[in-house]
Design a protein around this ligand. Structure first.
Ligand SMILES: NC(=O)c1ccc[n+]([C@@H]2O[C@H](COP(=O)([O-])OP(=O)(O)OC[C@H]3O[C@@H](n4cnc5c(N)ncnc54)[C@H](O)[C@@H]3O)[C@@H](O)[C@H]2O)c1
Length: 328
């Protein structure tokens, strides 16, 4: 059994408690939130010990792991206190509020041999893995472009980090996951129209293998959109991260035949296929993986280093947007 505590009982934390409580290898021993009403409600519902102070919790409980679902600016302090005690960490994304903190935490965790998983939840989204498998099988051919769009109204949580750090880290991680490549150039346009930090961004990336990446995030849109489009030589996948719907638009087969396309050649739309696969809640798959990897001692499927890569690239996008520079 993995003895775990969930720290932070807001939107994500309550989801963690719900999912973890359904796993047979997990014993949730305690929950913690500074908000008394939340700790009362959740501790009664799940019959676990309530804490309002994370230091007291770490001091009093014998834990194998904690799940950190606090505002991002608190990830570092809580994670480093737990890592010092050798407690395994699940940290909601982004790993920390900046790469300096993330590097310090990684160093400490290495020294203490503390496993860390970062909650880049889209890695466990069945729609992403369906695309990854199909790319591997060669259905798409060579990848030409990946475009991500993550738009919503402002979320109901602290604006302690920008929308770039909060949202783009998801998609940067997914692009890296699909391509297994680092970008060679990044350019971004950012704005902060309604928040102190960036709340609107469009970034262009170029990868070593020639793929073009487009990452768009916003906290200004009046509706929630989470879209992933992967264009390849043989067609295009269009995925909705939320509904887990996936379409494949077959490419016009003449497009890449030299001299076959002229301004007078009509390019008719080819087949559009809706791909069927098993949908599942990504949080369930993610936390199951964390627990299984802890039990087996296997490498975490999303490491702290992965979290640092996503955060570092998000910071480059912010720098590019601030100084109007193309960055390497
Ligand atoms: N993986 C995802 O898709 C996803 C989605 C949303 C949020 N997140 C991440 O999860 C984290 C939490 O986001 P959220 O939306 O759940 O936020 P939230 O505001 O709903 O929850 C945060 C909770 O932390 C508590 N808290 C704040 N300071 C505290 C302290 N000092 N001690 C104890 N409790 C404290 C608050 O009372 C609140 O209940 C953030 O890092 C966010 O980026 C991830």
């Amino acid at each position: 059994m993995i003895k775990i505590a969930v720290i932070g009982l807001g939107y994500m934390g309550q989801g963690h408690v719900r999912v973890l409580s359904s796993l047979s290898e997990v014993d949730i021993v305690a929950v913690c939130d500074k908000d008394f009403q939340k700790t009362e409600k959740i501790s009664k519902q799940y019959r676990v010990k309530p804490y309002r102070n994370f230091k007291k919790l770490l001091k009093e409980e014998e834990l194998d792991a904690i799940s950190i679902c606090l505002p991002t600016s608190l990830h570092f302090i809580v994670a480093s206190n737990a890592a010092k005690k050798g407690i395994a960490l699940f940290i909601e994304k982004p790993i920390c509020s900046n790469s300096k903190e993330a590097k310090k935490l990684i160093e400490l965790a290495r020294f203490k041999k503390t496993p860390i998983m970062v909650g880049h939840i889209e890695r466990f989204n069945p729609v992403v893995n369906e695309i990854k498998q199909r790319i591997k099988l060669g259905e798409l051919g060579r990848i030409l472009q990946i475009h991500t769009q993550r738009f919503s109204p402002p979320p109901a949580r602290a604006f302690d980090v920008s929308a770039v750090v909060d949202l783009a880290t998801h998609d940067i991680d997914i692009i890296q996951y699909l391509l297994d490549q680092k970008p060679v150039r990044i350019y971004a346009e950012t704005d902060n129209k309604a928040h102190r930090k960036e709340d609107l961004m469009a970034a262009i990336l170029r990868f070593k293998n020639g793929v073009i990446g487009l990452v768009e995030v916003s906290w200004l849109h009046p509706t929630k959109i989470r879209r992933l489009t992967v264009l390849g030589e043989n067609g295009m996948y269009v995925a909705d991260y939320i509904t887990q719907e996936l379409f494949f638009y077959r490419q016009n087969e003449n497009l890449f035949r030299k001299n076959n396309i002229s301004p007078t050649t009509p390019i008719t739309q080819a087949d559009i296929v809706k791909i069927a696969f098993q949908a599942k809640e990504p949080l369930e798959i993610e936390l199951e993986s964390f627990i299984q990897e802890l039990l087996s001692g296997a490498k975490m499927s999303v490491t702290a280093e992965d979290g640092l890569v996503a955060l570092t690239l998000a910071e480059k996008m912010i720098n590019s947007g601030t100084f109007h520079k193309v960055l390497k």
